[in-house]
Every structure is written in structure tokens, then in C-alpha cells.
Ligand binder design. Sequence first.
Ligand code: SAM
Length: 237
Amino acid sequence: MANSMEAKSRSLQQVRDKVASAHKDCSPAEKLHFYNQWATQYEEDVSVLEYKAPYLAAAALASVCTVNRETKLVLDVACGTGLVSEELQRFGFTLFHGLDGSAGMLEVAKNKELYQELKQCMLGQDPLPFDSDKYDAVLLVGALSDGQVPVSVVFELLRVTKPGGLVCLTTRSNVSNLKYKAELEEVMSAMQSKGHWEQILVQEVEQWEKAVSEKETSSNSDYIPGVIYIYKKHGDL
Ligand SMILES: C[S@@+](CC[C@H](N)C(=O)[O-])C[C@H]1O[C@@H](n2cnc3c(N)ncnc32)[C@H](O)[C@@H]1O
């Protein structure tokens, strides 16, 4: 028993060290290199952190998209290894396009044979390689945070969403991401004031995932909080 608990805590510490290195300041090229070499170990590591964002985002989207899910064309942005679309599939969605900056992550996603289309694109540098008004639902899960995808990407997400379609975003509420989160909320709310979209769901989650360092928690919890937002683009489908 003592040995297995030790093994578990060692492995949690290893994952913490790994993820902490992903959060450190580095160039976009270095970040991609990090994800490329993490790709085959990613799912095992995030399960140690009890990373639930893909399931939570899929459940939130399903709660506001209750009919004909199998006909909805979904774009999974920063899809990584495909966890979000896998969860969406459990809720009855079937049509997935994916996009990520990391060739290594895309390779793992491709092998799942879930996506009808997968593209490599560096968010924040390149426009999304998709037509305007194309998708019924666009999700960006686990990559809207300081040092990853810039806030300005939301304009592109809105552009490729169909009028009346849904945009589902997640971010973390840990201490070092609060400035980014405030900026994201300011931009999303300005887009609502301008009549581009309307917020239809906000879900705060206390135990989003395990903290990678004690500095990241504001209470005595081992977990950091996170949040899911869903917006509906104005106009009829
Ligand atoms: C934490 S993973 C999340 C993956 C997946 N959405 C999930 O929830 O499991 C972050 C993903 O964002 C991608 N990413 C980070 N910054 C990016 C950028 N600027 N452009 C494109 N992809 C990026 C990484 O390659 C990685 O696959």
C-alpha cells in the first residue's frame, strides 16, 4: 500500500513538473516543440491531473444543443490528441474537423479516425484555414491561457461559426491566469455589446484539474478552478 501510494505521488509530481514547464514563458516554436514531444504521453499525464475539461465542455455544449447533434458540423480548435471530440461523440455528435499547431498532437488525433478533416495552424499567427459561417459549433478547450493561444483568436472563432451557431470556450481561474481570463472576458463582453453574439452559458467549476504548484491555488484545495463559456452567434441558421 505504502509503495503504491508513493508511486502515485511520484507520478503526480512528475506530471506537475512536466506541465509547469509547458506554462513557462517561451516562444511559440518552443511551445510547439514541447507539445510535439509530449503528444504520446499527454493523455496519461492529464488523467493523473484529473483534467476534466473535455468532458465538461462536451456536456455543456450538449446541454444547449439538444436536437440533431449527429448533423452538426463541429470545429475542435487546439484539438490536441482529440479528447474533446471523443467526449462529444459520446453525446451523439459525429461530424468533426480539428486544428492544432502541433504535428505530434495531430498525429495522435489522426490515428483515432474521429475527424473528417485535420489541419495544422498556429493560432495567433495565422487566420483559421476555414471559410466564414461554416460551423454549427466551435470549441476551444484547454488552450486559452497565458502563454498559449492569444485572446484575439476569438474573432476568428466567431468568423467561422454559422449565424445562430455556438462557440464553447474554457479557461482556467488559477492565480497566474487571472489577468488573461479578465482580458478574455473583456473582449467577449465587448463582442456581445457590439451585437456579434450572446452569452448563453457560464459554468464555474471549482475542481477543474489538479494544481501544478501550490502557488496556483487561492484556497487550501489541491485543485484549481476553471470556467466554461458558451456564446450563440447572432443570426438565424
Ligand atoms: C492542453 S492541450 C489541450 C488539447 C485538447 N483541447 C484537450 O482539451 O485535451 C493544448 C493544445 O493547444 C495547442 N496549442 C497551444 N498553443 C497553440 C497555438 N498558438 N496554436 C495552435 N495550437 C496551439 C497545443 O499544441 C495543444 O495540443
